[in-house]
Ligand binder design. Sequence first.
Ligand SMILES: Cc1cc2nc3c(=O)[nH]c(=O)nc-3n(C[C@H](O)[C@H](O)[C@H](O)COP(=O)(O)OP(=O)(O)OC[C@H]3O[C@@H](n4cnc5c(N)ncnc54)[C@H](O)[C@@H]3O)c2cc1C
Length: 384
Amino acid sequence: MLDFSWTEEQNAFRQILRDFAKSDLLPHYTKWDREQKFPYEIWSKMGGLGLTGLRVQEKYNGSSANCVTTGIAALEVGKGDFNAAYAVMLNGLISEILEEHASEEIKEEWLKRMALGECLLGIAITEPGAGSDAANLQTKAVKDGNSYLLTGEKSGISLAKFAHGFVVFAKTNPEERARGVSAFIVPSDVEGIEIQSYADMGNIPIGRGSVFLNEVRIPESYLIGEENKGFYQVMKGFDLSRILIALQCIGAAEQSIDETIGHVRTREAFGSPLAKFQGVQFPIVEHHTWLEMAKWLCFRALWLRDQGLPHTKEASMCKWMGPYLAREAIHECLLLNGHYGYTKEMAIEQRLRDVIGLEIGDGTAQTQKIVIAREIIGKEFKPY
Ligand SMILES: Cc1cc2nc3c(=O)[nH]c(=O)nc-3n(C[C@H](O)[C@H](O)[C@H](O)COP(=O)(O)OP(=O)(O)OC[C@H]3O[C@@H](n4cnc5c(N)ncnc54)[C@H](O)[C@@H]3O)c2cc1C
């Protein structure tokens, strides 16, 4: 059987999110960017709607939503506010890691509050010398009695400026690459942590930055899962976040297309509405078609994940294609709005800046294509 329909609950959830995006997100989308502020009030409102705890079990204050439903949330929130959709994507990634691997203590202390939108957690893997080659990370965690001491530099971290804590990846066995990496919860207010913010092109309210760790002492109970297994734990989570990122970007592009259709219907040139010219209609139609195609690839990949079927290749397809097609569509929309589209009066230029960020974040297109090639061409042709 092949069934593309939503359940009744998913339809109702979609409607709630559409209304919320229209009334609470869209009107403020550009404001948070201009004010360079993190919208705590929106994040906690989203907590009230269950959006920060979708992939968390009820006993930890979540709603146990499946991956397809979480995808609906990323798409619909992305239409209203691309940056607010980080709450769905980032929390989806982190909550799966914590649920599957963290101790009860961490779940009680961190996961429960994160699910309610009361606590922000970032994920810190990237370093100045380890981005695409993440297994090359150099941050060290050394056991000292009942504690670990963490030292190193994490770069490019979303929410660096605002998070209450980070899931930090560090080497517990520096002799090894991926097999020597462990994951820890590190509160952002402990001694030895310093945060440096970036002046980014987009994703401004997300406050990206570097996290410096100088002999940061954390209790041994803050180790997530087993020592030296951290890398493999997070890779499974990326298969979810990569699909959610694609939907977040597609949402922003669909909203731009809707706004642009509104514009070309009313704007006149050469005695006719722009919408009458096929040179205007066709690019809109083409981008709409490509986004529709990408969206269904995403929902199929999420469905595979819900069934427990392999979907790593599909997740990487979504991750390179979704942000790429979204960026192309938003760029076209900007042009079809003429010079107004180029101003900060409209949201389109911001969507373009925002979406480009997630062409890089969570792995670039090239990194995704390496993953896909490994499956369809063969592991023996891996470039490294
Ligand atoms: C908006 C945003 C949010 C982010 N959030 C986080 C976060 O929360 N946590 C976190 O840990 N990190 C985060 N990052 C960092 C991100 O994951 C890295 O920037 C990304 O993995 C790429 O690493 P890099 O910047 O070091 O680039 P590099 O690895 O130096 O790559 C530079 C270029 O070379 C290409 N390249 C590298 N290797 C190959 C190869 N083998 N074949 C072909 N091309 C190659 C890359 O595709 C890229 O185009 C974020 C980044 C952005 C922009």
